[in-house]
Every structure is written in C-alpha cells, then in structure tokens.
Design a binder for this molecule. Structure first.
Ligand SMILES: *[C@@H]1O[C@H](CO)[C@@H](O)[C@H](O)[C@H]1NC(C)=O
Ligand SMILES: *[C@@H]1O[C@H](CO)[C@@H](O)[C@H](O)[C@H]1NC(C)=O
Ligand SMILES: *[C@@H]1O[C@H](CO)[C@@H](O)[C@H](O)[C@H]1NC(C)=O
Ligand SMILES: *[C@@H]1O[C@H](CO)[C@@H](O)[C@H](O)[C@H]1NC(C)=O
Length: 398
C-alpha cells in the first residue's frame, strides 16, 4: 500500500481524536473561500452514562446524551465513544449523483459487554480481549430479548433513491453489509467519490466508511439490512429493518448469505476505483494532479507485532508501542520543549528484527513538508489489522 502525505511532523500510530471526559468540544466549519458560508458551531457535551445494547448495562461515552463518535486511543473506543459526523459538499461543488431522497447513517460494529476497564485489565494481564459479544447496527443488535424485531430504522418510499452512509465503528471485526433484495451503488468511500459500481454486499473494515445509493425498487414490504462478522471462526451478526412507507408486511426471515474467505474481499477491494475527475469536498479539480507520476522521496515500512512487555500484552509498529506523554506532543513542540517530552524517530524506516523487544514510548516520525512518502504496511499476524491514516493527501494505491 502506498500513501502520499504532505505535512510536517507526523505522529504515527497515535490516533488523532483525543478525548478527556468530561469535556466540551467546539467544532466549527471554516469556509475555504469567500464569506458566503456561515460558521457552524456544534457544542458536544461529553459525559459517561449507562447503555445496555446487548442487555448488559455498561458505562459508555455519551455525547449530548446520545451514544456516539470514534476515538482510537487508549480504551475510548471500547467505552463506546463513536458516532457519525456528516460533512456535505458545499452547494457550489458538483457531486457525481443526483440528490438522494434522504441520507441515512448506519453505524455497524462489534460490541463487547465487558467494560473498557475489564478489557484493559485483560491486556494488562497478558491476555487478548477475546471475541466480541455481538454486533450492533446503530447501537442495537436488531431484536429484543424475545427475538422480536426492533422498530424500523429507516423508511423508503417506492421508486425513490436513498444514500446510506455505512461505517464500521467497531474495534476488531471486519463486517459484511448487505440489504435483502436490494443492490447498492457505491458512490463514496472515506470522503472520496468512487467509480459507481453496483454490489450486493460490501466488506467494511474497522474505521472504514462508505456511501451507497439504494433505490426502493422492490415489492413494498419490510427488508432486513444485515451486518455480519468476516474472517472469524465464530459467526456474529446484527439486523435492522428498512420499511417501505405504508408497509405492514414483515421482512422475510431468509437473510442473504455472507461471502466467505479472504479472496472475495481482496477481489472486491480491487474493484474499488476513485473517480479522480469528481470533486472532493473542496473546489480544486481532482485529477489535475498526477499522483502516479510523482517521485517517491522516502519509503517507510511498518510491520505490526504483538508481545508481552512486563507481562502486559502490547501491540507495536516496528517494535514500538505508542504511549501518550503527559504533555500533548504538538503542545510540547509548540513550546520548544519536545526534547524533554519525547524523541523523534524512535522507529526506523525499515522494521526492527522480528524478535526485537517492544518499547513503550511516544512514537513520532520526523518527515519533511511536501515530500511524497510511500508507506508499506506488512502484517505477519493471522488477524486483520486496520489503520486510521489521518491527515491530508493520503492515497491507498494497492
Ligand atoms: C450541555 O450542557 C449544558 C450544561 O448542563 C447545557 O446547558 C446545554 O444545553 C447542553 N448542551 C447540549 C447541546 O446538550
Ligand atoms: C466521475 O465524476 C464525474 C464528475 O461528476 C462524472 O461526470 C463521471 O461520470 C464520473 N465517472 C465515473 C466513471 O463514475
Ligand atoms: C521524477 O524523476 C525523474 C528521473 O529523475 C524525472 O525525470 C522526473 O521529472 C521526476 N518527476 C517529477 C514529477 O518530479
Ligand atoms: C527533521 O528532519 C529534518 C530533515 O532531515 C532535519 O533538518 C530536522 O532537524 C529534523 N528535526 C528533528 C526535530 O529531528
């Protein structure tokens, strides 16, 4: 996989959503040009509350009393901090499909009924977090404890086309997403418009988001959407009901089968193509930049590993398991005290020997602004690794 990155210092393997509850987050959208766009202010009240998605009451991160968001550091994800933040293109930017009749957010993910503290204790005892307790779609497994379907999540009117934004907000398990009897036209993936192929099911990996257009072109009744585990020895799934407006026919109990094996997923991934001539959420013409012709200035190869450090199970890149310093890294740089807080380039561009002991330190790589860096990920383990690459100008090439 090759990814380009413009930017100054890059802190690897840190995730860039930091959450310190209780806290108040203010987000604003900054207009790129002109003064025609209003500023939007969102106030998030972040609290800790109780939810019981699988019937077991658990402490979870709540935003404005809702069960939302996607942090990736510490155990914040395990504490249920995830959610959808929808960013639409500005009106002057052409989008390569007609306005859908409605826009629906579908957050799918694995879920552990063990608390984030108990999961952390398992890791600290040298064990793994094990298998998840279930799969959720928008915070629910889809049925109550008696096996009765939850009320419909979404309604479609016959003949209309809807955009479903599907994100895997889980911790570990890749999921296959599908809707009974309905084809899905893929139009967007992680913020970029795609060449619009049609799929009957899609693998969605942890942290990945995509948008599909679904036309209500079937017999009016209820239909299930399904999210089910991939590449696992166990089979877990969740359902959600989509209702055709006015329907009172329940969904057919025959759920479409999930694909199996890795090859299917690789082949599906190879069918995804960016539409480089469609605008992204900014007005510069895409495709005016020929990424394929840019010379690579540096290659960084990252190999993931897992091992015990003082009896604790820790995951590492090139034998470094990232830990946050007490002072936020960018703040330390800003005040010119970085050398007191962390070291740059603890990892080399080439991976450490496979038996190198894991070090736990802040993992920061110094890179030069405007260079074009190829990053190769190698996973020698038998389980899926998902990476969240945060920043500007990343392109997955293979
Ligand atoms: C956040 O909490 C404050 C104080 O409890 C309250 O006044 C405000 O309405 C809350 N805002 C939202 C968006 O929930
Ligand atoms: C890519 O996007 C452009 C601009 O919206 C559109 O005209 C074109 O048909 C799209 N190409 C494909 C292959 O989807
Ligand atoms: C890449 O390197 C080649 C050979 O040194 C050179 O001819 C070419 O102009 C470079 N391309 C860019 C985009 O700088
Ligand atoms: C980062 O790399 C550049 C270019 O090699 C070098 O000049 C600079 O001193 C390095 N900065 C740090 C903080 O290591």
């Amino acid at each position: 996989m090759r990814r380009g990155r413009e930017g100054a210092q890059v802190a690897w393997a840190t995730a860039f959503f930091h959450l310190f509850p209780p806290l108040l987050l203010l987000l604003h959208r900054i207009p790129a040009v002109g003064a025609e766009d209003p500023y939007l202010y969102f106030t998030w009240n972040v609290t800790f509350g109780t939810v019981s998605p699988l019937g077991v009451p658990q402490q979870a991160i709540l935003i404005n009393g809702d069960f939302v968001y996607f942090p990736a550091l510490d155990m914040h994800r395990a504490a249920g901090g995830f959610g959808g933040l929808r960013v639409n293109s500005r009106l002057l930017i052409p989008v390569p499909f007609a306005d859908p009749a409605d826009d629906y957010t579908v957050l799918i993910g694995d879920w552990y009924t063990k608390s984030h503290k108990n999961l952390a204790r398992l890791l600290d005892a040298g064990r793994t977090i094990g298998r998840p307790s279930g799969i959720l779609i928008n915070g629910r497994p889809g049925k109550d404890s008696t096996g009765k379907d939850d009320p419909p999540l979404f309604t479609m009117e016959s003949g209309k086309t809807y955009r479903y934004r599907v994100c895997n907000v889980g911790m570990k398990v890749s999921l296959n997403f599908r809707i009974q009897s309905h084809a899905m036209k893929l139009v967007e993936m992680d913020g970029s418009h795609t060449v619009q192929n049609v799929y009957h099911s899609l693998d969605v990996h942890v942290g990945q988001c995509l948008s599909v257009l679904v036309t209500a072109d079937q017999e009016p009744r209820d239909y299930y959407m399904v999210a089910s585990s991939r590449f696992t020895k166990y089979a877990l799934s969740a359902t959600g009901v989509i209702r055709y407006a006015g329907s009172n026919t329940p969904p057919s109990p025959d759920l479409p089968a999930a694909p199996s094996g890795w090859a299917w997923s690789f082949n599906q991934w190879r069918s995804f193509r960016s539409n480089l001539t469609a605008s992204a959420a900014r007005p510069n013409p895409q495709g005016s930049y020929h990424y394929g012709n840019i010379n690579i200035t540096r290659t960084i190869k990252l190999v993931n590993s897992v091992g015990l450090v003082d009896g604790k199970r820790r995951y590492a890149l090139n034998a470094v398991s990232h830990s946050d310093a007490a002072t936020p890294l960018k703040l330390a740089e800003y005040y010119g005290i970085a050398d007191k807080v962390f070291k740059y380039d603890t990892i080399a561009d080439e991976p450490a020997a496979s038996d190198a002991p894991i070090k736990i330190v802040p993992n920061v790589v110094n890179a030069t602004y405007r260079t074009f860096i190829e990053i190769v990920f190698e996973n020698p383990d038998r389980s899926m690794q998902a990476y969240h690459l945060d920043g500007y100008s990343f392109f997955a090439v293979g």
